[in-house]
Structures are given as structure tokens and as C-alpha cells.
Design a protein around this ligand. Sequence first.
Ligand code: MGD
Ligand code: MGD
Ligand code: MO
Length: 799
Amino acid sequence: MTNHWTDYQNTDVFMVLGTNPAENHPISMRWIDRARETRGAKLIVVDPKFNRTAAKADLYVQIRPGTDIAFLGGLMNYAMTHGRYFHEYVAKYTNASYLIHPDFKFEEGLFSGAQVGEDGQVKYDTATWQYQVDEDGNIKKDPTLQHPQCVFQLMKKHYARYTPEMVAETCGMTVEEFLEVAELFTSTGRPDKAGNIMYAMGITQSSHGSQNVRAVAMLQLLLGNIGIPGGGVNAHRGESNVQGSTDMAMLWNNLPGYMPMPSAAQHPTLAAYQASTPKSGYWTNRPKFMVSLLKAWWGENATAENDFAYDYLPKLDHRDHSHMSIFEAMGRGELKGLFAWGQNFAVGGPNVTKERSALANLDWLVVVDLFETETAAFWKGPGMNPAEIQTEVFLLPAAASYEKCGTVTNSGRWIQWRDKAVEPMGDSRDDLWIADRLFKKLRELYATEGGAFPDPILQLHWDYDDGDHPSAEKVAFEINGYTWADRKGLTTFGNLQDDGSTACGCWIYAGYFDNFETPKCRSRVKDEPGTTLGTHLGWAWAWPVNRRILYNRCSMDEHGQPWDPERPLFRWDGEKFIAQDVPDFVATNPPEVSAQNPFIMMQEGVGALWSPSGMKDGPIPEHYEPVESPVSNRFNRRQFNPVAVISGKGEFGALTEAENPEFPYICTTYRVTEHWQSGAMTRSLPWLGEMMPDMFVEISPTLAAKLGVQSGDRVEVTTVRGSLVAPAMVTPRMRPVRVHGREIEIVGMPWHWGFMGKFTGASANVLTPHVGDANTQIPEYKAFLCNVKKAGGSGPVRG
Ligand SMILES: Nc1nc2c(c(=O)[nH]1)N[C@H]1C(S)=C(S)[C@@H](COP(=O)(O)OP(=O)(O)OC[C@H]3O[C@@H](n4cnc5c(=O)[nH]c(N)nc54)[C@H](O)[C@@H]3O)O[C@H]1N2
Ligand SMILES: Nc1nc2c(c(=O)[nH]1)N[C@H]1C(S)=C(S)[C@@H](COP(=O)(O)OP(=O)(O)OC[C@H]3O[C@@H](n4cnc5c(=O)[nH]c(N)nc54)[C@H](O)[C@@H]3O)O[C@H]1N2
Ligand SMILES: [Mo]
């Protein structure tokens, strides 16, 4: 989130796009309600299903799954052509005025630079997406935004095709509905209004999910909604600490604090890695973050002489190591063992029948979990023959979050310490204890038996002991960072050095735990008198440097006056800034200076309407159909994102082509409040299980009539990958969408069930494809094709 939960009270218009906060982020609804009650804020919900959030909305519009770029492109077109964008913000705070390479083109559904492989898969050379520069290397600009090659004009041209009629036809809404949203949401494209877009899995779980998010960000830049109270691009993050886990580099191609993982070919040495540092923007400090990270990990063994143990750091080999690729490699028998540490992919993974059978190719599987999950018990799942499965499974009982201490980082980047509330049950242990013992045992084995490359393990700085238990506080202190010589906690990443004098496990966290007695992440001070915007700077600690709203220089005009005097996050009084937040700019400079680079983290210093090299699939988003779609793409000649990751064209690759009459319906999956994810944690709890006991399939009254099905009757849902049987829930919440003159039914279902626990039922993921977004490889769980038939019998089907 660029903003944070309590800031929602400052919003004028909310657009909920591809998330269902009433169901999945209930606390956020309280802040939405606060804004509606206190300032008359409006709530727009754009979703394929009339969900619980829609039931509270001022304006609900149905959208066909997978068509959000058409919709957002239409809104951008509307804003640009109706003068509903925030001109001054766009001209000064974004790259709208920058000139792009004269050879840039968009033709036949491809951006210039496309290299089409034999399999139709595209890779882009981004040379023609770059800015034009003069002889001195300065980017050429046209502040009037009139030059035909400037970003603003290229965008205007690109989105001119996204007319209300095209949007309505593609997205399955009426022109009037589209215009109503356009009118209401672009009403925030002025200095005194704040529009907030919330999103989550409804737009990310797509073969063009990253471009969906880009489109959201671009619309918000056009409307001047970034960096202001009540505005923002607000990703409702998933698991309670998933923000923290991404900060700590749970993704295979990241290092902590969003530094790129080095590549063996391009960055064989520390010097090569440091040479790849961005040349402008705050990231120019990256070498300090990197050396401090190496110092935190290898301590006294990381010295200037050995390049701070850079050789010990694993390097990328240019293969994809994300979830789907790992399972495909496992399917090919390339993996010996696996740790499933707090993950239940035998229910949550795409094309789960294939993923479960891939587990049978392992020699060993370690599951660290609270329960015996479907993953731990995959060998006794449907269609499995235990006698033929050799995989040895070790189940380590883990302590639950209330049984241990540590921090959780919420969606708004607030890091909050939690104390242990109760002792772990039975012989279960907290994850830190398990990791600590495992490491020590491995190190002992490397010390006694050797191994291919023991040094990275033997030399690791591992100093967390506190009696017979590792200390979470000591880990937190290392993440926070300290001076190497005297072990003093750092208060800001501004103090990090690249000479080995500082150690820091995650630079963006510097300051959250700078001492053991009163760390900031334990602080619980509510807003001081005089503050009006709910920033609560004394409550917990937000990364970076306790800043609550990112890019907050943009909340003021060039001269340091708040765009909206009613919401003064900052104000320049002629000598200094009066502040309600931690500045995202150099506040000792006069406002006219910081107005030159209001997006201080960006290389250009301004918001990127155009992305010259950040994306694999284009500098601006274009509408493509989902990989499995009921219609052909009318926007361009490419059916789906040409850079999408179509995994395992063999084993895992079953897909159906567009308009296949055997699979006439759009299928989508989602969550319910009463269950949590793969259901491991909720299907064993009687209270929750009783409230929502069984898997079900939601269909519209029109589809039900056609199939001769009533609520409670069993239906069989089939995709090219598999089928499941569950009772139908006939509900007007689902209705067909009208697309290019045809009525197309949508079939929806939750994905919380499996064959273990007290409340069992069919897993939705036997239906979902191994297809991923071009940039993040997140699976396309939200839009694929299915058929539905009446099955025999009625009532629940136990898994
Ligand atoms: N109770 C509960 N809360 C949870 C979770 C849980 O399992 N249970 N899971 C947590 C996790 S890890 C996550 S990631 C979040 C997920 O939070 P959400 O993203 O809110 O979760 P979903 O229910 O998967 O999907 C949200 C909405 O997207 C809609 N949608 C589907 N396809 C499209 C599309 O193409 N376009 C648009 N605009 N909308 C679409 C669906 O109809 C649904 O209403 O929730 C978190 N919170
Ligand atoms: N069809 C479909 N599939 C989806 C999605 C969808 O929208 N549609 N959403 C996807 C998304 S957004 C997500 S995040 C994934 C989630 O997929 P998973 O992460 O696999 O699902 P969870 O059920 O959250 O699994 C977490 C496991 O951790 C265990 N656990 C809980 N606390 C602890 C702890 O403190 N220590 C340890 N060691 N274990 C613990 C739980 O018991 C549980 O088994 O699923 C994805 N799958
Ligand atoms: Mo998630």
C-alpha cells in the first residue's frame, strides 16, 4: 500500500477493483465506513460477482474476469479526453512530458522490439521504449505535453481505442454503467479530492496481472491521487504478515529490502553487482545496503579483502525458480527433497492434481505446520496409491502465532511487535527454534563431513542464543542493523556504510528495532493533539523511516502548499515544513527544490506513467484476453499476453483455446470470510466449519434454469485439467455478462476445501491452469474456461 488502513478515513471516492474487503479485509471496511459517515465518501465496486462489499456500495458494476485493462484504459482515455485529469500534477510530477524513442510503435498487438520465438512466445528488446536524450545525456521533454512523441500524447493515442463502447462490449457492462463510474471516479482528478483504488487477487492473479496493477497506478497518477491523504494505490495484502515476508525476500529473485538477487553471469563479483546500481534516485545508495547485508550475514568473516563474502551469496542461473517452475522440475524428477514450511500447496497450488503427483517424485518432504495438511498427507489423497509412493514425509509440529513472539508487518507497512500469549501445545516448536536447530545441525555435519562448498554455512554469523532458545529480539536487532564496532542500533538507513562498518539485515527496516528496551515497533502512542489526518506516527513503526504515506511530496504544489488545505499532510510556512508525516523528500531544501524530484525513489524522480524498462510485457498496458477466454480479442491481433508464462507445455500444460464450445463458461475462484486459504487452519475448527461446512459452486438463476439445477443439487464442473462435484448454490449474486453480443455465464467457487481436517470437500484447484503473469508468474486463478453439468444426487460431497 502506498497509504495505510487508517488513512482510508480521508478518502472521497473509493474504487474497489478485484478485492472483496468486506469478506477478506473486514477491518478495512470500518475505515471505509468512517469516510462514508464523516465525509460522505462514495464506494464503487467493480467485480464479476455481486459480493459482500458490493452489497454496501453506492455503485456496483459487473466486470468480466480478466478484462480490467480494457476498463482502466477506458477510464484513462476518459480522463485525458474530457479534461478530467490533474494537469499540473501530471505535467510536473510524472514523466508525461518525456519524449520517447522515435521508433516506438504498437502494431498488431505487439510493442516494438518484439522477438517472437518458435512457440509464439515473445521477448522484448526495450531499446525503442527508452527516453530521447540530448547530447549531454539529458532526457528531452515537452512541458506543454503537446509533442506527438511525448508520453502523454503516446498514451492518448494508445488509449483512444478504449472508447466507452469498446470497454462496455469487452468488459460486459453497459456504456451507461461505464460512464457512471468514469464520471464519479475522475471527479477526484482535482486538487481538493482524493480517490483511492484498492485491489488484491482479482487483478493480480492474471496472465497480465502486473500490467493490471500498472494501469491502476497510471490512472492514479493521471488523477493526482498518489502521495496524498485518502489517495493511493492500495494493495490489500493477503496473509497477516505477507508484507513482512516479501520485505524479507521470500521471492526467489529478491534480496531483503527489494534489492535484486545477483546473477551468476552478470554479477560474478561484488564490483559487477555494485556497478549495476541505478545512476540516479535514492537507489544510488544500494551499495551501502548490499555491503551491510553481507556484513549482517557473514559478520567477522565478511571483510573488504574477500569482497564481504559476496562469493558465499547464491546467484541466479537465469532459470525461473518460482512456484510453478519448481513443481514442473519436480514433475520431471529433478528435485530430491522439499521443505513445505507453512504452505499447503496440495490445496492452494494451480493444477493441483499434477502438483500432488509431482510430490511423489521426491525422496523426502519436510512439512512444518500446525496440522497434518493435504500437503503432508498428499500420498493418501484422491487417486493416490500409497503403495507406489516412496517419498518419505517428515511432519514437524509448529507453534501458532499466539504461541511465540515477533513482529507482523501489515499491508500499510506498519511493523508491530507481538508478545507470546500462550505456551505452544504439546511438542510443537516455534519456527525460529526449528530453523535454529536445523541450521546448527547442518553446520555440524558440514564441519565433520565436509561437502561441496561448506564455507557459506561454516562462516555464517549466527549469534542468536538466549539460554537454550534463540532470541527473536536478537534477530530483530540484526534486521534493524547496527554499527559493527560497538553494536549500536541504527536509527535510519541514512547511516548505512559500504565499508563494513555497519551490518543490516534489511535496509528498509533500519530504525524499527534500534534497541532492546523500547523498540519503535512496540510503541503504542495515538495521535498527538493537533494532528488531524490519522497518521499516528507514534503507533508502531512503518517502513521506510516511519513514513505513513509514500511519495508524500506530491501532496503539495511546487511551493509547498497542500493541494487540499483541508488535508495538510505538509505545509511550507516560508521557513520550514509543518508536518503530519515523515517527509519523502529533503525537507531542509525549499519546496521548489524538492518539487523537482517528488518521487525520490524513482530514477527519474517523477511518477512513471511510462515504464521504459521495468516491465517484461510493454511500457504501458494493453488489453489481452486471459489465456483461456470465451471470446477472441477485439483490441488487437494477439489473443493473450504474448509474454505470459505458459508453463510446462507438456505435463502441466493442458489449456483450451478461445471460444471452445466444450467449455462455454468463465470459471473464477475466491474466498469466504469463514475460511482461511487452503482451509488447513479453519476446516479443523468446529465453529468456523459449522458456519461454512461445505464446498459449493455458485451459478446464476439463468444457468441453473438451463441445466435444470436447484440450490443443493450436485453439479460437475469440468476444465481440460480435471473435474469436481459439489452442490450448486443458485444465486442472483452471479449473473451472465454480455460480451460482444453474447451472454456468457460465470461460474464461481471458493477454493478452501480439501481431503484433510474435519470439514472436507473438493479442491477448486483441480480445475485451475499452470499459467502465470509475465513479470511475477502468479497463476491465473481468476479466469479460465469450464463446463457445468447436473450430477446425480444432492447435498455435500465429502472429499
Ligand atoms: N477470511 C479470509 N480472509 C482472507 C483470506 C482468506 O482466505 N480468508 N486470504 C488472504 C489472502 S492470502 C489474500 S491474497 C487476500 C485476497 O483478497 P481478495 O483479493 O479480496 O480475495 P478473492 O476473494 O480471491 O478475490 C477478490 C474479488 O476479486 C473478484 N474478481 C475475480 N476476478 C476478477 C477480475 O478479473 N477483475 C476484478 N475486478 N475482480 C475479479 C472476485 O469476484 C472477488 O470478489 O485475502 C486475505 N484475507
Ligand atoms: N484457486 C485459487 N487458488 C489460490 C488462490 C486463489 O485465489 N484461488 N489464492 C492464492 C493465494 S493469494 C495464496 S496466499 C495461496 C496460499 O496458499 P498457502 O500458503 O499454501 O495456504 P495456507 O492455507 O495459508 O497455508 C499456510 C499453512 O501454514 C500453516 N501455518 C499457520 N501458522 C503457521 C506458523 O506459525 N508456522 C508454520 N510453520 N506453519 C503455520 C497453516 O496451518 C497452513 O497449513 O493460495 C493461492 N491459491
Ligand atoms: Mo495471498
